[in-house]
Ligand binder design. Structure first.
Ligand SMILES: C[S@@+](CC[C@H](N)C(=O)[O-])C[C@H]1O[C@@H](n2cnc3c(N)ncnc32)[C@H](O)[C@@H]1O
Length: 257
């Protein structure tokens, strides 16, 4: 078992969609909420977007379907390869690359109206130095007046409860049933946890089980705000989930015109 982030997502790339009962529906639902938020910030459909932790394309594809001009990058070459296939399947044009989001300045040409990183990707950064380095690189990829958008779990609440697991996602698929859940082992200081990701796949009358682990930091909103301020971004605003909006807290910040 390894805790390397790249290994974790390499092993998950083929089955990543099992995290969602219906991944394609989730792609559309998430893009609706993101599109709404981006337009509420005064940007228009057609704006250029860098999704710098695109994974298998959950946000990148939905935004491209809605008319945004998307470039997707991720640390995991295997996730990017899967995103490429999914984009072809969805008949949308997205350009892709492989990059650590701490190295965007060196690896990704050009600048964008929006830089986004969704679904808790920044929780893979374990130190203040790495968080600031990633935010510095994201800022460097913004056009003047550009929008940075990050989504992550509500750790201000979770840190109080320190849950040991997530609820299972059960789905009946062509190959049989899939069940996915996570078990969290919290560090003694309560600031990080080891995420053990369980995938159970039904095959004929048997079950195949795999477990992948990685460490995450339970970033508090005040810590993210401080890091954004240190990066020189302004208008830092939290958008908390409700029935109409994105399913995770989102923080937005702007680069000066
Ligand atoms: C929970 S997944 C979310 C992926 C995608 N945004 C989605 O919602 O399906 C987190 C993603 O962050 C990527 N990631 C983690 N650390 C990264 C880093 N330092 N640079 C770039 N991507 C990273 C992982 O490879 C993974 O694809």
């Amino acid at each position: 078992m390894t805790e390397s982030v790249a290994e974790f997502y390499k092993e998950l790339a083929n089955d990543y969609h099992f995290i969602f009962a219906d991944w394609r529906k989730s792609v559309l639902r998430q893009s609706e909420a993101l599109d709404h938020l981006i337009r509420a910030q005064g940007l228009k459909v057609g704006a250029s977007v860098l999704d710098c932790s695109c994974g298998i394309g959950t946000q990148a594809i939905g935004l491209a379907v809605r008319g945004y001009n998307v470039h997707g990058t991720d640390l995991s070459a295997e996730a990017v390869a899967r995103a490429q296939q999914e984009a072809e399947r969805a008949k949308v044009k997205i350009t892709f690359g492989v990059s650590d989001f701490r190295e965007l300045e060196a690896n990704v040409p050009g600048t964008f109206d929006v830089v986004l990183s969704c679904d808790n990707s920044i929780a893979h950064l374990l130190t203040e130095e790495d968080l600031e380095l990633a935010l510095h690189n994201m800022r460097a990829k913004l056009n003047p007046g550009g929008l940075l958008l990050l989504s992550l779990r509500d750790y201000d609440t979770l840190i109080k409860e320190k849950p040991q697991s997530t609820l299972p996602v059960v789905a009946d698929r062509e190959m049989g049933r899939s069940i996915v859940f996570q078990v969290w082992d919290w560090a003694e200081d309560g600031r990080s946890y080891r995420l053990n990701h369980f995938t159970l796949k039904q095959q004929d009358n048997d079950w195949q089980t795999s477990v992948n682990s990685t460490r995450l930091r339970a970033w508090q909103r005040a810590e993210i705000e401080a890091a954004l301020a240190a990066t020189g971004l302004h208008n830092v605003t939290w958008h908390m989930p409700d029935d109409e909006s994105y399913y995770q807290p989102i923080v937005t910040a702007r680069l000066t015109d």
